[in-house]
Design a protein around this ligand. Structure first.
Ligand SMILES: [Zn+2]
Length: 197
């Protein structure tokens, strides 16, 4: 009976600490949110987000995960820029099945991406260590983060159902998997155009 009680209290403590960690995730300081939104306006990041017009690698949930990672890793706002693409890469690795995330390399490094891609992996690993390997973010946490600035354009990046992985890979075109970087403008998406009206 005594043992049972000890177990109960341990569970309660664990639950308490889990709750606190969860709260920490979405209770963001206004300056953290402001720094994140300013970062999204950066010329290179802005173009990257525009080019990902179907939100395959940067939909609202993946972006909310990036902000959660910044918070969990205890990054200073000065570090946000360095860790943006490594964080987004990690969020994609964690949440998405297929390698659209490779498109992130050229945006992070420009022409030298094939030589520098390992640097992105190193930064991703550092980030993982700094956040105690807690890369999983639940949808509720993302929703709570977005609810703090519901009108922001970043949180309107809703991925369409026809881009979910319910559509089998064999029905996709090869060009979808080609790395384009900032240099090649992607073709307009036939699926989104067809579903626009
Ligand atoms: Zn599309």
């Amino acid at each position: 009976m005594k043992k049972r009680k000890r177990e109960d209290s341990l569970t309660a403590t664990q639950e308490e600490s889990m709750k606190k960690r969860k709260m920490d995730d979405y209770i963001l300081h206004p300056e953290e949110r402001a720094a994140f939104f300013t970062l999204l306006e950066d010329d290179n990041i802005q173009l990257f987000l525009i080019r990902d017009s179907c939100f395959k690698i940067s939909d609202k949930y993946l972006l909310a995960m990036v902000l959660t990672y910044f918070r969990r890793a205890g990054l200073t706002t000065e570090e946000y820029r360095t860790y943006f693409f490594p964080s987004l890469f990690l969020a994609n690795q964690f949440e998405e099945d297929k390698p659209f995330r490779e498109e992130i390399y050229p945006w992070a490094f420009g022409w030298t991406w094939t030589i520098q891609r390992k640097e992105l992996h190193q930064l991703r690993n550092l980030l993982l260590i700094r956040m105690g390997f807690r890369a999983w973010v639940d949808r509720a946490t993302c929703d709570l983060i977005m609810a703090q600035d519901p009108a922001h354009w970043a949180w309107k990046r809703e991925r369409k159902v026809h881009h979910s992985w319910a559509i089998r890979q064999f029905r996709r075109k090869d060009t979808e998997f080609t790395i384009k970087g900032p240099w090649i403008r992607p073709e307009p998406c036939s699926l989104c155009n067809r579903n626009a009206h």
